[in-house]
Design a protein around this ligand. Structure first.
Ligand code: CTP
Ligand code: ZN
Length: 158
């Protein structure tokens, strides 16, 4: 058994510490690139480092993303709750973790998810989906356009 300290050091070596910014930790390994997409990290100029398939006690494997000099709005970051419900945000200032936050599923979801109803207009025209979240665990979404419910098992990302 490795000590927690050793594990920490190894992780820090794999993805080095940042000076200022946001560390998004405990992302399911398979969801790394989806999170990058949802947050639009592929379109910004800031320094970003990330690692995936790292060992995690909680998840088995996990991914981590470190974005320098960006502090996200809660609204922005909560978008990832659907695909990374256990994600944890660490706000870093002057190399120290000054705040930890967990993501929370928002009350409304625009885009990201497809409506499960094959007849829904959002599946036939270029219309961004829009759902009211009627239950958070397990997640259940009501489409604004067709009023049909998309459940946790039916969720597909658009
Ligand atoms: N981190 C970083 N740069 C810093 C400080 C921390 O990239 N200057 C990263 C660490 O590598 C870690 C995360 O931010 O992935 C949280 O740091 P910390 O709270 O020190 O680690 P843990 O105690 O392991 O956090 P937790 O148990 O909440 O996962
Ligand atoms: Zn619909």
């Amino acid at each position: 058994m490795e000590s927690k300290d050793n594990e920490k050091k190894k992780l820090k070596l794999k993805v080095s510490a940042i000076n200022e910014g946001t560390v998004i930790d405990h992302i399911p390994a398979k969801s790394l690139f989806k999170v990058i997409n949802i947050l639009g990290l592929d379109k910004i100029e800031n320094q970003i480092t990330f690692g995936t398939n790292l060992d995690s006690k909680k998840l088995g494997t996990k991914a981590i993303i470190k974005v320098s000099d960006i502090f996200f709005e809660d609204r922005e970051i909560n978008k990832i709750a659907l695909i990374a419900p256990n994600a944890q945000l660490n706000i870093i200032k002057d190399y120290e973790v000054v705040e930890k936050k967990i993501v929370e599923i928002p009350d409304k979801i625009n885009g990201i998810v497809k409506c499960f109803n094959p007849k829904c207009i959002t599946n036939h025209e270029k219309i961004t989906t829009c759902f009211n979240v009627i239950n958070k665990t397990p997640i259940s979404l009501k489409c604004k356009y067709c009023e049909k419910i998309t459940t946790a098992e039916q969720i597909r990302m658009s």
